[in-house]
Unconditional design. Sequence first.
Lengths: 507, 317
Amino acid sequence: METIHLLFQGIVQIVTEGYLTMLLIGLIVGMAVSVMPGLGIVMGIVLALPFTYTMKIEPSIIMLTAIYMSGTYAGCFTAILYRIPGEPNDIPILWDGYQMSRNGKTSEALGWALISAFLGGIVSTTFMVGLAIPLGKLALQFSTADYFAAVFLGLTSVVSLAGSSINNAFIGLFVGLIISTVGVDSIYGSERFTFNLAILVNGIPYIAVLVGMYGFGEVLTRLGRKPVDFFSKSGPVKTNTRFPRWKDIWEIRGTFVRSTILGTLLGIVPGAGATVTSFIAYGMEKQYSKRRTQLGTGLPEGIVAPQIGSTASVAGHMVPLLTLGIPGSGATAIILAAFLLHGVQPGPLLLATAESRVTVYTIFASMFIAVIGMCLLSFPWIRVVVRVLSIPPAILAAIVIMFSLLGTYANRNSVTDMIIIVVFGALGYCFERFKFPISPLVLGVVLGPLAESSFMQTMISHDNNWMAFFDGPIRGTFMFLSLIALLFPLFRNMHKRSSFAHAEAIS
Amino acid sequence: MRILSATAAALSLWALASHVAAAESPEHYPSRPVEFIVPWGAGGGSDQTGRELSKLLQAHFNVPFPIVNVPGGTGNAGMIKMLSAPADGYSVSLLAWDTFALLASRPPKWHMSDLVTLGIVIQLPSGFYVAEDSKFKSWADVEKAAKANPSGLKVAISGFGSPDDLTIRQLAKSGVSLKAVPYAEPGERYSALLGHHVDLLYSPIGNIGNFVSGKQMRPILFFGTEPIKGFEQIPNARDVGYDISLPQRRALVVKAGTPPDIIKKLSNSLSAVVATPEYAAFLKRELASPESYVPTEAASKLMESDLQAMKKMAGKK
């Protein structure tokens, strides 16, 4: 009851304090960056961050969260219309979405995406708001061993969905973990892998790796292609949205339920971002949905699952951020930074006082409004998208590179970080070129420091007794789930082999 | 703000180029924005001190003192950034004692002689805190428990080699052996204490005033020289027989080799701005010592003696 009361208090605050403007700006920025190939959600939030300095904490976080929310959605337009994923999490959507569009059902495809984003957003936000206080109380019980176990699960669960090659995913992950150790170590202060180079002493920030490999690398990849491929003209496109019928929705209710639960749950686990969730949701449909054999030929399930997964993960990610202070994804890492810039430390303490609880619930309330707002905005936005994509590739590339460099420089006021971006951009290009997965490496870089410090803290406080990672209910559960995540691909591979001919028929 | 500071940085770069061409006379200092480096992230204790000073210095000189946050390596990244700029007084930095203590334990790539101190601007007493519902009612309880079970009690500190760590090591030499667990992020330290994952927390008082007033934590021992206003009943380490007083201090520094006239101008201005009622109000808000400010020469002497003390505590000469 208190939850509902607080939530309404939040809505009242949003309306009376004029936060709706910030929310709207956030939604528009999110939609703008997510349709720009190469310009990601993370970049959108980074670019918006300086504007929040002079604002109060609530509108700042509301704006950044709105960017995050709408950023997981609007990229599907370009995926469905042009086969260009605006964001990495839109990649699974284009498999069926673009097919559906080519089958002449563009409006239907857009409609399915809209309804998925709406349901995924609303249901997972409700779930999160309902459980935030118990989770907040649980959060103080989290010891460093529990943190480590949670991060460990984050590391393993991603490897389990590595795609074609588990080995490559592991190689990527470990390279990422090594990169995260470069610089002065946070526990003992020794320099590692710095080779006496000034540029490496202060470490390699994961934002630079992320922007380098995804943003910069993507530009290089795109420039390496023929311009014809860059903007394949698909003729005049109908830009209206047709909603699916209730009967059709009911038919694939399993997909809706599975993807929403998965999206929210994966969101709570640090490390699994919208992209990872989107891929897992699609993968799950490929294994469990009724029409799994036809997936990839333009089925609504192929749009619904990744879209729900992506959007639901946003609400999921806000739980560890607000209750534990753990950023589960690149986007939440920057939202965390915004909190800290305003002198607010997200974590158990945020829910401890009545005053800051109102702040939290105002943010929650804004997420409901953001979901509704982003769906309404999508109607005019699709018309704009068609025009944005007509920017010549060379100019677009220049814009993206400029934003990548500026955004990262602003992060630490460091010129060396700009060099790091260029290096990782080249690496990202090579990875893309040789079909090596990028996400495991980025995950290693993101989770590495957290994994290391929580591991070291636990070992120090438990006299190097490694059983400390297993002897509690929270850490025990996480470790058990990690084990399943590590073994699951083995079973899947065995299963795959036994039904190889069958699988061939699908793809 | 960041865009502003980036613009200001760009402007000062441009000005720098013209500066190299035609050397500027110290009388006209400062004729362009002065970069104010805070070697810690935005929002923390150093950042708040830096922003307060930047605001006051800006009003005093009538040129902007844009804050540039350069976090990383216990404040090392910011120091290196300041030291790589020309010694012309257009780049100043805050030096926190966490960073300064590195000189005692694991020498960074810079030395005391690379810096000129304009003055110590804030001094905060540090202390041990327990959770409000802790079984320890007084320092005597902690002492008893620590002596009965050496290294059995855990204390959250900011990192090894920090003043926190040096204090714990010094206590161990006096027979009170505690196990220091490093948590780099302040939030982690506070959560660790509130979640009972550690028994004690070592911290400068300014950062945790909220928890104390919110009845979530209570101080149990301070490492200062005189009783702290509002907490007169809490003993200082000296009162209970330990000769340890290592407060958190922060100084404003410039690169050595800066023209003496400019140093003089800066340090005189600093002593003027810290005497303002605004700064006094800031110190009060932070629960800092009202007589925090130490002028240039005295500050250098104090730093020298602090460094000797810290080297002794770290077990090095």
